[in-house]
Every structure is written in structure tokens, then in C-alpha cells.
Ligand binder design. Structure first.
Ligand code: NAD
Ligand code: ZN
Ligand code: ZN
Length: 344
């Protein structure tokens, strides 16, 4: 079968590999859709994580159909539509035991960060994963379902952690970077909190998508302060979610915070956050650096999507168009999420 594999630093290509066979406790999925995350670009460009073996098939945002079950697999049947909880964990610590492999105690020394991040992922016709990673996703458009496993899950986890600060209708939340993650985060903020949402992006088409997802205001970075002041009567933002993480977005995030506001740094764009007391952050500021999300949270995101309360925008590409899709994401030309559909 064809698979889009990272072969060296800065290099990925479509190559032929054998169809994988599931071992004990594993299932083989026919991949219906595999999203492309900005983190895939970072992994490619930085030469992958420390200790990861190359080559491996990219793709950590997966929706598939159960195709073959290995020995000892229980509760899944051929044809079931599922999504994959991809973050790796040791499988033994208390975090892993409760489905929070994203915060496994051994995270720094694991051989991979997740399915498609150090071991073979979903940018192929088939992928093999452990049955404990599967979450049922019946009835959802597979392209939407795939995006829920990272763009959705990471956003859901990030919002859930700061939702306490957004329970008043006067609360203001800012989303910086209305891309694959950010646009889903706006819908999740609307579904889980009472906050008024300000979307910030450098691109007009991303701001238009932000409005479609439920943002009350949209602004380029240089106009963000005046929009936040307008909606918050000059107090500042209760929560700023930074889905970029570059120096300019981190600096902007800090400058928009209200006293005791929360900065949620999700993007890994290479910026540095200098923390000092007293310093640039307002007093009482909370800083969070969420990573992905837990399996129970993925179940909740799937339920939320099935209730019809999320807008997910996607652009589909065939598997053999993966290179072009990566290029378009790199050039900032994708609105919403780019998703590979291997069977198309
Ligand atoms: P994306 O490329 O789809 O979206 C990024 C958006 O940010 C685009 O709309 C772009 O126009 C906008 N943007 C870029 N620079 C900007 C700036 N200076 N100010 C305002 N807007 C700007 O990316 P994505 O897939 O949504 O990923 C977003 C970030 O989150 C990446 O850094 C990715 O690596 C990271 N990420 C983190 C986690 C986590 O668990 N913490 C999970 C997935 C992705
Ligand atoms: Zn990702
Ligand atoms: Zn663990």
C-alpha cells in the first residue's frame, strides 16, 4: 500500500509499504480520513522528536473503519467507524490508567509522541493501532471525525481547563490563530462557556471562518486590543488561547490579559514566554500549556460533534496529493483543516 512517510529531516514522500497485520490486542483500520496538523510540519522541519526512529508514516488525526482484529480484541467489529486516541503513554502510570496518556509520567522518554508521531500513523490506506485507542464515531462524516482527534480534542481540553473563568456572559475569550485548531476551539468555547469570543488572525479568510464558528468579533493582531476593550469595557480578556505560539502572538496574548486572566499557550511557534514577578503579566495571571487531551475527553468531543454544535471546515486531498497539501498548509493557504482521504 502507499503511505506518506517521513524519511529524513525535512523530507517526506509517498512510498510503498506492506499492509500491516494486527498483533494481539490490535486492530487494523482502513483509513477513511487523516488530518494534517501544523505539528506535522514542525516535526518534519525539526527532524522529528529525540529518539524517534525514521522512517515512519505520518498522520495522528485518524478516522477509520475496523478492517481486521488481532487475537484477543474484544468489543469491536469489522465495519465499525472509529476515531483514534493517538497520544502515546507508558500504559502503566496512573495518568495512562485513566486514559490521560497525553500526560504520561514517562512522556519525555517514550519512543514516540503518538500514533503518526514516531510510529506509523494514518496517512496510508491502513493503520494498525491498539484497541484501547479506539473511540466509536458512528454517523459522523469521517473527514469531520478525523479532525476531532487533535484539532477538536486539543481545543476541547484547552477550553475545559479554563472554562471556570468563562462562566459569566460578560467574560471575554480571545482565540489567536483561527486555523485547524483555532476554528474548532471557537465552536467549543460557544458550546461549553458563556464567553464572548474575539477571533484574531493575520488572514481575512480565517477571520471569516471565525465568525462562522461563532466569534462575536474578529481582528487582525494590531486591532485586537481595541476589539477586546470594546467587548470587555476596557478590562481585558479573561482568557487568551494562543494557537500560534510565536513571539508576536505570545506578547500580544500577555498584553490582552485582564487581571487574574488565563493565558493558554497551545501553539508551538517557537516564541518564549518570560515570566517575572512583578513582570509583564498582570497580577494573578494563570499560565497553562495544555498538550492534546485524554481518551475520555475524546469521547466527549465526539458526542459534542454528533449533537451538531461544532462547525468544522475542511479541505480534502487524495493521499497522492499529500505533498501538495503539506505545501499549502506551509504557505498558509488552508482555511480550516486539510484532510487526506486515502480511499478517494
Ligand atoms: P494552522 O496552520 O492550521 O493554523 C494557524 C493559524 O494561525 C492560521 O490561520 C494562521 O493564519 C494564523 N497565524 C499565524 N501566525 C499568526 C500570528 N502571528 N497572529 C495571528 N494569527 C496567526 O495550525 P494548527 O494545526 O491549528 O496548529 C496551531 C498550533 O498548535 C501549531 O503550532 C501546532 O504545532 C500546535 N499544536 C499544539 C497542540 C498541543 O497539544 N498543544 C496540538 C496540536 C497542534
Ligand atoms: Zn497535531
Ligand atoms: Zn504513563
Amino acid at each position: 500500500m502507499k503511505a506518506y512517510r517521513m524519511t529524513a529531516a525535512g523530507r517526506a514522500s509517498l512510498v510503498d509499504v506492506p499492509v500491516p497485520v494486527p498483533g494481539p490486542g490490535q486492530v487494523r483500520l482502513e483509513v477513511l480520513a487523516a488530518g494534517i496538523c501544523h505539528s506535522d510540519l514542525s516535526v518534519l522541519d525539526s527532524g522529528a522528536g529525540a529518539g524517534w526512529a525514521l522512517p515512519f508514516t505520518l498522520g495522528h488525526e485518524i478516522c477509520g473503519r475496523v478492517d481486521m482484529a488481532g487475537p484477543g480484541v474484544d468489543g469491536w467489529r469489522e465495519g465499525d467507524q472509529v476515531v483514534v486516541h493517538a497520544p502515546y503513554g507508558c500504559g502503566h502510570c496512573d495518568r495512562c490508567a485513566s486514559g490521560r496518556t497525553n500526560y504520561c509520567d514517562d512522556r519525555r522518554t517514550l519512543p514516540a509522541a503518538g500514533v503518526g508521531l514516531g510510529v506509523d500513523g494514518g496517512m496510508a490506506r491502513f493503520v494498525v493501532v491498539g484497541q484501547e485507542r479506539l473511540v466509536a464515531a458512528p454517523g459522523l462524516d469521517p473527514v469531520v471525525a478525523a479532525t476531532l482527534t487533535d484539532a477538536g480534542l486539543t481545543s476541547y481540553h484547552a477550553v475545559a481547563e479554563c472554562a471556570r473563568n468563562l462562566s459569566s456572559p460578560a467574560a471575554v475569550a480571545v482565540v489567536i490563530g483561527v486555523g485547524g485548531l483555532g476554528h474548532v476551539a471557537i465552536g467549543i468555547l460557544r458550546a461549553l462557556t458563556k464567553a464572548r469570543v474575539v477571533a484574531v488572525d493575520t488572514r481575512d479568510d480565517a477571520l471569516a471562518l471565525g465568525a462562522e464558528c461563532g466569534a462575536e468579533a474578529g481582528a487582525r493582531p494590531d486591532a485586537a486590543r481595541s476589539e477586546v476593550d470594546r467587548l470587555s469595557a476596557g478590562r481585558g480578556a479573561d482568557v487568551v488561547l494562543d494557537f500560534v505560539g510565536a513571539q508576536n502572538s505570545i506578547d500580544l496574548s500577555v498584553s490582552l490579559l485582564r487581571t487574574a486572566g488565563e493565558l493558554v499557550l497551545v501553539g508551538s511557534g517557537g516564541g518564549t514566554l518570560a515570566v517575572a514577578k512583578p513582570g509583564p503579566q498582570p497580577s494573578g495571571a494563570v499560565i497553562r500549556m495544555p498538550f492534546w487531551g485524554s481518551r475520555p475527553e475524546l469521547v466527549e468531543v465526539v458526542d459534542l460533534a454528533r449533537s451538531g454544535r461544532l462547525t468544522v471546515r475542511s479541505t480534502k486531498f487524495a493521499l497522492d496529493e499529500a505533498g501538495r497539501a503539506f505545501d499549502e498548509l506551509r504557505q498558509g493557504r488552508i482555511v480550516g483543516r486539510a484532510v487526506l482521504v486515502p480511499g478517494s
